[in-house]
Design a protein around this ligand. Structure first.
Ligand SMILES: [Zn+2]
Length: 339
């Protein structure tokens, strides 16, 4: 069995940066080194440079569609319990590809280059232990890592039942900051469609229904306040949805030295739209997770990329997002608890 030491990239420059707490430079070195030593990674990043994409404008926000054939494996991943039990966990140290190396991050995480990128720089941040994907247990680390990897990267979380391709192994993604449209759109969305339900000198929490997505947005420089608020939200959302072990969410988290954390939470009704399960030609191989809901919808098949239009996007995003009634119910309950 491989040990963690065998998967850490031994490099004096990286070691120097980590001693200096400069994880951005360390991540940069890792990326460059892996591009040189791992052909699959190099090929897929080269392909990403020429990837086709098209944009659709909605009321005050943008959604991009990206034709990315290398995402086929992830988009179509079998994530039901029996399939997960049958396969080897591809995020466990001992099953990582031979060429793949990483750097250790605080909190017992390892930073790895994602060989099937969507974002111009795309990392997987994995727990070094095989433990289930659960946000609340790892939320402190999630916020800390978002801070550590800012200002260059944004942190992403997909819930075990709505987008995580390894629901049995705790992991986040880190990617190029401001590539996902909602990072730039969120303040405008909050102004246009948001209701502020909690606001004091430490924290602002808004519920945003932009007509398609159901979003909760938390802004705070105080980590404990963010943690308190998310626990209240999760607890009430779990009761409301009845979904265990975790209500359906995707998160995108940024950190700014002046404004602190910005946590965007997408609330979901289901993982995959009905069109995912249809036979061709009705089938659409689209399996939305955080990056898709943030505004980069990935289509691994060219036929789907060609077919997709504004109306299809509207239908899919609306279908997988929490319904209006439950969103407003949750808003009332969270407001009552936080007030
Ligand atoms: Zn694992």
């Amino acid at each position: 069995m491989k040990s963690i030491q065998q998967k850490i990239l031994m490099d004096s420059e990286i070691e120097f940066y980590i001693r200096d707490n400069d994880y951005l430079s360390a991540a940069n070195c890792l990326f460059k080194s892996q591009l040189n030593s791992w052909q699959l990674l190099k090929n897929n990043y080269d392909a990403l440079q020429n990837v086709q994409s098209k944009s659709f404008w909605f009321d005050g926000f943008k959604l991009k569609v990206q034709f990315n054939p290398e995402r086929m494996r992830s988009t179509s991943a079998e994530v039901d319990e029996s399939s997960i039990q049958k396969r080897k966990c591809f995020l466990c140290i001992e099953h990582l590809p031979e060429e793949q190396k990483g750097i250790l991050l605080p909190g017992d995480f390892i930073l790895l280059c994602n060989p099937y990128p969507i974002l111009p720089r795309h990392f997987t941040v994995c727990s070094i232990k095989h433990e289930p994907q659960r946000l609340i247990k790892a939320f402190d680390e999630f916020l800390e890592l978002a801070k550590l990897l800012s200002p260059r990267y944004t942190l992403v979380y997909n819930g075990p039942a709505c987008g995580a391709s390894a629901p049995d192994h705790l992991h986040f993604q880190a990617g190029t900051k401001n590539f996902i449209p909602i990072e730039n759109d969120i303040q405008q969305l909050k102004n246009d469609f948001g209701k502020i339900i909690q606001e004091d000198e430490f924290i602002t929490t808004s519920f945003i229904d932009d007509g398609l997505r159901k979003i909760i947005f938390i802004e705070s420089t105080d980590k404990e306040k963010v943690e308190e608020t998310i626990k209240v939200i999760f607890n009430l959302y779990e009761k409301l949805s009845g979904i265990k072990p975790e209500p359906l969410v995707n998160l995108i988290c940024t950190y700014d030295f002046e404004f602190g954390w910005g946590v965007i939470i997408f609330l979901r009704s289901k993982h995959r739209p009905e069109s995912f399960f249809k036979e061709d030609p009705e089938k659409l191989l689209i399996s939305p997770a955080a990056i898709d809901l943030g505004g980069v919808i990935v289509t691994p098949r060219e036929t789907d990329y060609q077919k997709i239009d504004k109306e299809i996007l509207r239908q899919i995003i609306d279908e997988v997002s929490l319904d209006k009634k439950n969103f407003y119910l949750l808003e009332e309950k969270v407001k009552a608890e936080l007030y």
